[in-house]
Design a protein. Structure first.
Ligand code: CMX
Ligand code: CO
Length: 149
């Protein structure tokens, strides 16, 4: 079950400049920063609020580490802006299988590693009315999910 907006992914050319904009304008600060080479991004997570399911909602600011990455290609075509939305779930495996059964293309056979050790997968934007959609199980929820079995 999808229980929250986990994050909104925003593509930018310069992570440090964009982080500074969000700090100066809204007072949001960096909760976590990392490089994910598999996804080809340097990213900053700005925590906006905690949620009733024990998770949280973030802005994910994304700078490409290479031009041929998903974010690099998208930036070259569209310029800076909202790149994807991500829903949080305690069970990314089960939810992505159920969504695949509804005829929506799930991009990965198995979830991959995302921010802060989370497990993530993506739904094709062409099957989601133009919105690249990510599903996320936060690292802290992985223990919860396996505890339940
Ligand atoms: N939102 C909406 N539409 C998008 C899109 C996006 N972010 N990215 C691509 N598209 C559209 C394109 O506009 C294009 O449409 P048209 O054919 O009408 O022009 C179509 O999808 C194909 O786009 P493309 O530029 O040829 O790009 P690819 O097919 O090579 O890749 C996608 C598209 C979704 C498969 C790829 O971006 C992907 O695998 N994304 C998932 C991984 C990812 O985004 N990682 C970065 C974030 C990491 C994180 O959140 O942690
Ligand atoms: Co994301």
């Amino acid at each position: 079950m999808l229980t929250r907006i986990d994050h909104i992914g925003i593509a930018c050319h310069d992570l440090d400049v964009t982080v500074e904009f969000y700090r100066r304008t809204y007072g949001f600060t960096v909760f976590h920063e990392e490089i994910n080479e598999e996804q080809g991004v340097r990213e900053a997570m700005l925590k906006i609020n905690e949620t009733s399911d024990g998770g949280a909602s973030y802005l994910q600011l994304l700078e490409p580490t290479r031009e041929d990455s998903a974010v690099g290609k998208w930036l070259a075509k569209n310029g800076e802006g909202v790149h994807h939305i991500a829903f949080g779930t305690a069970d990314v495996d089960g939810d992505s299988e159920a969504i695949r059964d509804k005829g929506v293309r799930v991009l990965y056979d198995e979830p991959r590693i995302g921010s802060m050790g989370s497990r993530i997968t993506f739904l094709h934007p062409k099957d989601c009315h133009g919105v690249l959609t990510e599903l996320v199980t936060a690292a802290s929820r992985k223990a919860d999910a396996s505890d339940a079995h």
